[in-house]
Design a binder for this molecule. Sequence first.
Ligand code: CP
Length: 306
Amino acid sequence: MKDIKNIISIKDLSSEQINYILTVAEDIEKNPEKYKNILRGKVIASLFFEPSTRTKLSFETAIKKLGGNTVGFDDIQTTSVKKKETFSDSIKVIAGYSDLVVMRTKIEGASRLASEMTDKPIINGGDGTNQHPTQTLLDLYTIKKEKKLENLTIGFFGDLKYGRTVHSLVEAISLYQPKKIKFISAPQFGIGKEYLEMLDKKEIEYEIHEEAKGNLKDLDILYVTRTQVERIVEPIEIEPLKKKYTITKELLDAEENPELIVMHPLPRVYEISKEIDDTKHNVYFKQSNNGIPVRKALICILLKLV
Ligand code: CP
């Protein structure tokens, strides 16, 4: 298998490489004792130029459970960026201190740029509206555990325009011959045409809908995302859309699809009613926990420890 040097975009990975990552994650989850000191003596830099709960803390938990150490920041105001140090100089210095760098930025392409400035592995923990490949890998891990990766009917619901987790997962799931993809959103938050062109090219069937009602009956998975208010550039009124774009228990009951699993990268705001938390549809908290074995696997693979 071709070496995996960095994790920048899901588009850089073949299905063979993704399957390998998921297999290593499975082994790590099943055999925690075998891996508990594998990162002894290693230092991982965790650079969060944008807020995060899950990505940052699950990486840090993964590193600590594997016996490694972390350095980093989640507030650039406390760093020398405040003294106008360039991104490039900061990355070169921090990569010199550490064995691997995990980073999240507002700027699309920043992780790719960082990977060109150092030989140390770089993991993209999210770059603007572009990509969130480690989220996608944990999404795939969850789908594999809960259903199967191939021949799925999957619906994407919510903000499909600015949601980077949707963009990464549409790319990834297209490698596994989905039966059909449904994009369900307000027209202002529709999926970009580059993703539809990619699906056309691969002859993957898709549908575009404006409402969930009547469109959940044939789904294996409903992947919900929040409105990325911090990224919206046009003047869009969110308030009038909230009711129509919330998945409720009443709606799920009416769709009569008891096997449907609901996923969400989290954080959730209003788009999934809390009453769904207590139903069999809820997979989103398990999904979040799956970040640990997948991120452990990525670090071990990039550091060539497995
Ligand atoms: N899913 C996700 O990326 O969550 P955080 O923004 O909390 O890291």
